[in-house]
Design a protein around this ligand. Structure first.
Ligand code: TPP
Ligand code: MG
Length: 327
């Protein structure tokens, strides 16, 4: 399929926003303004943007932990200030500052983010079954990394989704890494999408550095799910430019890939690639692109102001000690 000019414009705008959000999170982590840790998404922002820009508000979204789901959620149209307040430990956060990264946003159909890789697969089947029974064309965008496809429940979920023709998109953001392990060490096949073959599920592989290529793969999968024709597996081959995580003392700063690999990776920076294309195709002028960047800067400044100016969450002692057993 080919994308319309409006679709390309929407994708590019969200890509610029995603890039700036990710940089803001990295900076805030370094400034000590976030609780715990952050999984930087530099290099890997295009898949989430493409997967979520054309979702309806009523669709279920299980975001990937890279970028802490911000890229996915802002692309779906969710106001990120409630996430940032949450990760900053403020009482205006989406879970009243109780959760940091393990949040939920039920009013936006983002039901949970867990620390367990692969946690999302079993609930995704439930959300898919509920959507099918409602019969209103709702879909489930189930995002996760290559690492999660080593989990048994991923396979149970694919089996059930295909048997029951559930409206689920198994969206795999394959960055070739799971912390320090390479995908080659963890999986017998270079294409995670080939696992869908075992379940007779249609699959497609796309270039995760190219937001437009990913959208061209995702949109037919969403439409197929809305028509009630069942799940599709979409694998976006992407890159993790930074280390796995920042803020966890035993992981921070660890980088097993060499300088040359880094230089090669950075030639495929998603914003640079998309900018070249939107300029060449006349989707935006340089002046308009500058305007989009300024808009994103203002949006993020307002989000940070909201988080910084909110009160620190102070759960009462009764809440902290409820159901705690201390002999
Ligand atoms: C069940 C479980 N096992 C191990 C971990 C530790 N862990 C956290 S992130 C991660 C790597 C996940 O890799 P992938 O799914 O490819 O996503 P990526 O971080 O590469 O974007 C692992 C192993 C975990 N959180 N949960
Ligand atoms: Mg990975």
């Amino acid at each position: 399929m080919s994308l319309s000019k409006e679709q390309k414009a929407a994708l590019y705008r969200n890509l610029v926003r995603a890039d700036q959000y990710n940089r803001m999170m990295y900076r805030r982590m370094m400034q000590g303004k976030l609780i715990g840790f952050y999984h930087p998404a530099e290099g890997a922002i295009a898949p989430g943007v493409a997967a979520c820009t054309f979702l309806n508000q009523d669709d279920n979204l299980s975001p990937h932990h890279r970028g802490h789901g911000i890229i996915h959620m802002m692309s779906k149209g969710i106001d990120i200030k409630y996430y940032l307040a949450e990760h900053t430990g403020k009482d205006t956060g989406c879970c009243q500052g109780r959760s940091a990264f393990h949040f939920s946003f039920p009013e936006h159909k983002v039901y949970m983010m867990s620390g367990f890789i692969g946690y999302n697969f079993a609930p995704a089947v439930g959300w898919g079954l509920a959507a099918k029974r409602r019969g209103q064309g709702q879909v489930v965008m189930n995002c996760s990394g290559d690492g999660s496809y080593g989990q048994g429940r991923a396979h149970e979920a694919m089996l059930m989704a295909q048997n029951w023709k559930l409206p689920i998109i198994f969206f795999c953001e394959n960055n070739g890494m799971s912390i320090f392990s390479t995908a080659g060490e963890m999986h017998p096949t270079p294409d995670i999408a080939s696992m869908a073959l075992a379940y007779d599920m249609p699959s497609v592989i796309c270039d995760g550095q190219d937001v437009f290529d990913v959208a061209e793969a995702v949109l037919p999968a969403i439409e197929r799910a809305r028509r009630g024709e069942g799940p599709t597996f979409v694998e976006a081959k992407t890159l993790r430019f930074n280390e796995h995580d920042i803020g966890t003392p035993d992981l921070a700063g660890w980088e097993e890939r060499g300088e040359q690999e880094h230089q090669e990776m950075r030639k495929r920076e998603p914003v640079a690639l998309a900018t070249e294309r939107v300029l060449a195709e006349g989707v935006f002028t340089q002046e308009q692109i500058d305007g989009l960047n300024e808009e994103a800067e203002k949006e993020i400044a307002a989000v940070e102001e909201f988080a910084d100016n909110s009160d620190i969450a102070r759960p009462p002692e009764s809440e902290l000690l409820a159901d705690v057993f201390a002999p």
